[in-house]
Write a protein that binds this ligand. Structure first.
Ligand code: UTP
Length: 412
């Protein structure tokens, strides 16, 4: 990018302050900033102009409940196993997050949750994948989305651990894109002169990044029709679960979403519902008191199911969805940044905040549910399939996940 283009983009996005800083930079700093800008998607900044995204009309959606799944188990499993054996199903792990709440300096998958022996989060993922390999006799292709920040260490770690026994030929890596971080006034932050503060652009970036890496072509070549997208941090989940795959295929829906009964109405998970008549996931902070108190015709809470970030997507429909159509969410996070300082020999100091100080701009996987037009909400047993690790202790933590693993007989 040249200076003229840079100036025009900065003005277009109200970044006059950045132009002031740019004017004071050395030649090297200017060139490195312009180089960094080549790979940045500034359209994400448009989200700042339209912060109050309005929700449509929210109504309950029919969920396929455990009893219905149990009744049709044989049929669903048969269809799912067949699709997996025919190589039509791949798995995709979202492992590009920063794991800021967990506070580890490495990728979340490298975190050791073991007590008497090492048990890594990545290890749990491969163990969960081996269940389906053992059941079907087929290796499920696995796409691993990393970020520019953790790509190198993740690859090295998995190689060092021989992919925890998984077939390395079936594993494909790709790196997600980054977006700039801004302060609460909307100004892009710097980490040092000549370098913007950036963060991975949210887990919804997986499809565009997969395409950028040319892996959508690989999917077509190999005849992959469905992709099971899941979070790295749920250490108790079924991956490419034949039952879920079969039920979704037979439903004819373009997506399937695993859901659990919420622990309490306000639990911090997205609620599955209809929005303006279309399947949708409403984030917990968009659920009003009225919606939380609403009851269905059986007198049960109308929005009692929450998503666990484990979806099945039909690739045919994903092809039509490009990144620019995806809503960009504004998330408050802790972002280290540079402050100019005459006292420091470098002319600046790095400020590491201890509470959120900035906005990150992210697209979210859950938005695909609405954009793809049809969804099968599929209930799973919380104690068997939902142990997310967000924090070191407390709710959704290393501690709570360990307890859940022990309860299903897993030795830590
Ligand atoms: P979270 O939104 O919980 O974020 O990610 P996180 O990075 O794990 O943790 P915090 O919020 O910084 O503490 C849910 C899933 O989405 C992935 C994460 O790796 C996790 O599997 N993710 C998140 C990405 O792959 N890319 C992103 O940009 C963000």
């Amino acid at each position: 990018m040249d200076e003229i283009q840079f100036r025009s983009i900065m003005l277009q996005h109200g970044q006059e302050k950045i132009l002031d800083s740019f004017a004071k930079m050395s030649g090297d700093e200017k060139s490195s900033l312009l180089k960094q800008c080549d790979s940045l998607d500034f359209s994400f900044l448009n989200a700042l102009k339209n912060k109050e995204g309005k929700r449509g009309k929210i109504e309950p959606i029919r969920t396929m409940k455990l009893s219905e799944i149990e009744e049709n188990k044989g049929k669903y499993e048969e269809v799912g196993v067949k699709a997996i054996k025919e190589g039509k199903v791949a798995a995709l792990v979202l492992a590009g997050g920063m794991g800021t709440r967990l506070g580890s300096e490495h990728a979340k998958g490298m975190y050791n949750i073991g007590i008497t022996k090492p048990v890594y989060i990545f290890q749990r993922m491969f163990e969960n994948m081996m269940e389906v390999v053992d059941k079907t006799g087929a290796w499920v292709p696995l796409f691993i989305m990393t970020s520019l920040i953790n790509d190198g260490e993740v690859k090295e770690f998995l190689k060092e651990h021989s992919f925890f026994g998984y077939n390395p030929d079936k594993v494909h890596f790709f790196v997600q894109d980054m977006s700039p971080c801004v302060d609460y006034e909307g100004n892009i932050l710097f980490v040092r002169p000549g370098e913007f503060a950036m963060s991975p652009n949210g887990n919804g970036g997986f499809y565009s990044s997969l395409m950028n890496a040319g892996l959508d072509e690989l999917c077509k070549k190999e005849g992959i029709e469905y992709i099971n997208v899941f979070a790295i941090d749920n250490v108790l989940q079924k991956i490419a679960d034949p039952l879920f795959v079969g039920a979704t295929i037979l439903s004819g829906c373009a997506t399937g979403a695993k859901v659990v009964k919420k622990a309490e109405p306000g639990e911090k998970v997205g609620s599955i519902c209809l929005e303006d008549g279309m399947p949708s996931v409403v984030e917990y902070y968009d659920m009003t008191e009225e919606l939380l108190a609403a009851k269905d015709e059986d007198g049960e809470p109308a929005y009692e199911y929450g998503v666990i970030l484990n979806y099945l997507f039909r690739l045919k429909e994903m092809d039509g969805i490009v990144r620019n159509e995806m809503p960009v969410h504004i998330v408050k996070k802790k972002v280290p940044y540079m402050e100019l300082s005459a006292e420091s020999p470098e002319g600046y100091v790095t400020v590491t905040p201890d509470k959120p100080n900035a906005f990150k701009l992210e697209t979210l996987t859950l938005d695909f549910v609405r954009m793809m037009g049809s969804c099968l909400p599929f209930e799973v047993v919380r104690d068997h399939e939902f142990a997310p690790i967000k924090n070191p202790t407390g709710v959704d933590s290393v501690e709570s996940a360990r307890e859940m693993l022990k309860a299903v007989g897993y030795e830590l």
